[in-house]
Write a protein that binds this ligand. Structure first.
Ligand code: FES
Length: 580
């Protein structure tokens, strides 16, 4: 193999191979850590960006995996350096990890920029650590390979007198919560359930945002084929991490940068994968943010067009009834991609140096129940629909495959909430006036309003309706929804209410119409009345006026634009630091 780069081209040599007192100090301080002078001068330096922390169960094993990556780097002749990065575990971080995705992206870009490294392996996998680390790496532009944390193991729940159920993270928590609220799960069982569904370290094992985003990164070509579905606790996961360490060294010599892989075709492949997976609606935000970092044109309309033609084939919760371990055994993402080749651009390249056509050659799905054939999809209707209308001029999204058929075309009276506390209290109140046909609306939950666009979009079903057996209603918000959740939820309404989007003008009792086939979201109020309401509208008071939250509110873009910071989008090169 012919290397495109030589030792003299390595970026790290600016730190270690120069003359003068500064380079002397760099070598001196590296030797202080026990490193040998000749290794600093003769090997590519590889960053292992690690999102491990003691409060991130999805990444709990990544310290050990970093050792496996190091082994691979050393075997291939590189020199590894583990760099800790912001650990965004979805469940513990408040108010929402989305508030910090861009902070992680900035951190990764600046870590790679400011230190003597030639390439990077990203160890991540929870919902925001995947897009956050990859966004930063795209902007920095060094050769980068993504090593997914991998999903947690499947779990089973046994209840006397009932058949055993496969249970997974997120989806079943919501199901059991609704049953508990309705009085069908006892207090003792509810406590017992705490130790179920999340059986091991690793990311959520449903097709939630984590698995959607790691799959998307694999489809983009930034992760090795078949790597992202390997369960976190499988020995194959450790071996895969070592292979990542080995591969990144060659990627440095080949100068295989993210932007050399990230074409529009690669992004459309990722969109096709999202649809075939029945993936999380959150991907609509992250995929557009990634594309903008790579300088690729990608809009909600591209995603909607893909959603209209690619059926859901992955039979995984919440659209189906299996879990990620099943998906791995069925062949993982390569097997799914082999099933949707008519919708893919097969000339796109992967970080392994091969084209998609070469990587899919001879690949086939091993279990037709888990990865369905095209003529027997889980849902022919598509995973994602983008709606527009006078309530969402810039778009809103709905995961049609996880919604109830009766709400795909619906007209109902709005019940409007201005904050989640008020909403939760009202929904628990038996006096709330509501019917199954009512449309629940939550506003001030978008990127600026919340801030950080939390996953509040799976609005609770009012308790009195739960007790009557109602399990789904039409719900609308400018928030996001957990990818593990399900229901007829219209999300990401853009522009959001806090910046004056039409959602701010809805009143309880207004009629709202939804037609998924027509991609229509309409507030049945006259233009004159809406103009009157707009004239009287006041933006909500913002309480936090300092620090990162202030920066966030001032610079975050709207959902249809990816919620990146306006000053981080685009392909302006990240300047190399001056070394004196
Ligand atoms: Fe981390 Fe679901 S909470 S992947």
């Amino acid at each position: 193999m012919v290397n495109r780069k030589t030792l003299a081209d390595l970026r790290s040599r600016r730190w270690f191979a120069a003359g003068g007192m500064r380079a002397f100090a760099h070598r001196q301080r590296a030797q202080q850590m026990g490193l040998r002078r000749e290794d600093l001068l003769e090997r590519p330096c590889i960053a292992i960006v690690n999102t491990w922390s003691d409060l991130s169960p999805c990444h709990a094993h990544l310290r050990e995996r970093a050792e496996a990556v190091k082994r691979g780097v050393l075997l291939a002749g590189g020199l590894p350096f583990e760099l800790p990065a912001l650990s965004l575990g979805e469940v513990m971080v408040k108010p929402t990890t989305m508030l910090y995705r861009n902070l992680l992206a900035m951190e990764v870009e600046e870590l790679l920029r400011s230190l003597p490294v030639d390439g990077a392996v990203l160890l991540a996998g929870c919902d925001k650590t995947t897009p956050g680390t990859v966004m930063g790496a795209i902007s920095m532009g060094l050769p980068t390979l993504f090593c997914a944390a991998g999903p947690m193991l499947n779990d089973r729940y046994l209840k006397p007198g009932e058949p055993a159920r496969q249970v997974g993270a997120g989806t079943h928590t919501r199901m059991f919560w609704d049953e508990y609220q309705a009085g069908r799960v006892s207090e003792a069982e509810w406590v017992q359930l705490e130790s179920h569904m999340t059986r091991s370290p690793g990311t959520c094992n449903t097709m939630g945002t984590a698995s959607t985003m790691t799959s998307i990164v694999e489809a983009l070509g930034l992760a090795l084929p078949g790597s992202t579905a390997i369960p976190a606790m499988d020995a194959a996961h450790t071996r895969m991490a070592t292979t990542c360490g080995e591969r990144i060294v060659q990627m440095v010599w080949d100068d295989l940068t993210p932007r050399s892989l990230l074409t529009r075709g690669a992004f459309l492949n990722a969109a096709a994968v999202q649809m075939a997976l029945g993936g999380s609606t959150n991907a609509a935000v992250h995929l557009i943010a990634l594309a903008r970092r790579a300088g690729v044109e990608l809009t909600l309309d591209d995603l909607d067009a893909m959603g209209r033609k690619v059926p859901v084939l992955a039979n995984l919760f919440p659209s189906g009834d299996r879990l990620m371990e099943d998906f791995h055994y069925a062949g993982g993402l390569p097997a799914l991609m082999a099933r949707i080749t008519p919708f893919l651009s097969l000339d796109e390249r992967n970080a392994n140096g091969r084209t998609l056509a070469q990587n899919l050659d001879g690949v086939r799905a091993l279990d037709d129940e888990v990865i369905r054939p095209l003529d027997r999809p889980v849902s022919a209707g598509g995973a994602l629909a983008v709606l527009r209308g006078n309530l969402a001029p810039e778009g809103a999204v709905m995961k049609a495959s996880a919604a109830s058929p009766q709400f795909l075309r619906h007209r109902g009276r709005a019940i409007v909430f201005d904050d989640p506390g008020e909403m939760n209290r009202a929904c628990a109140d038996p006096a709330l006036e509501c019917e199954e046909s009512s449309v629940l609306v939550l506003r001030n939950a978008g990127p600026v309003g919340a801030p950080g666009m939390p996953e509040w979009g799976n609005l609770p079903i009012p308790k009195k309706l739960l007790e009557r057996g109602v399990r789904d209603m039409l719900r609308i918000s400018d928030a996001r929804m957990s990818g593990t959740h399900y229901g007829s939820c219209i999300l990401h309404v853009s522009p959001e209410s806090a910046v004056g989007g039409p959602l701010a003008l809805v009143k309880t009792g207004d009629l709202i119409e939804v037609d998924i086939d027509a991609r229509r979201l309409h507030l049945d109020v006259s233009d004159e009345e809406l103009a009157r309401r707009r004239a009287a509208w006041q933006p909500p008071k913002q309480t936090v006026a300092r620090g990162f939250v202030r920066l966030y509110r001032e610079h975050v873009t709207q959902a249809h634009e990816g919620c990146d910071f306006d000053f981080l989008q685009g392909t302006a090169p990240t300047a190399e630091p001056v070394i004196y």
